[in-house]
Write a protein that binds this ligand. Sequence first.
Ligand SMILES: [Fe+2]
Length: 163
Amino acid sequence: MNKIIPFVYPFDNIELLRIFNLVKHNLVIFHAPNFSTWLNVNKNCIKEFPYIKKIMSEFTTLLNLNIISSTFFWMQKKTIVHAHIDPNTLCSINHNISGGDGIIYYPGYNRYQYETALLDTKTPHGVIAGDKDRIQFKISIFDEDFNTVAAKLKLIDFDSVIC
Ligand SMILES: [Fe+2]
């Protein structure tokens, strides 16, 4: 059973990296033991950037979602986040701005590399960073589970709806 669905969405990595660099001084360490190598940005720091608003608006509309938020994550190269379940998040859309050589693994399932994907965050999963720092833009989905969003995602032709 798949725990992730890769898809192609035309994220503007230059703009995302520009925003990341503007807010990265707000990075905080996740204090849960298994997240010791993750740093993330307070969600409130990025939600007013026009490009972030545009992305969130597009995904809200495309997937008919209600409760979502976005943030950046930064994982240092050659580190490991052990298997965990994301708190409060049923599933998420993760996009690698850099560090796409890293691997997400689901114990008992497969290991995956991806650029952009819908992830099941309620099934235990871990991350092995590659040779580059892994910087991700993450859209967290709080009110619909992986299978529900996956069914919607499969119906979307991103090439035709995004301009
Ligand atoms: Fe996670």
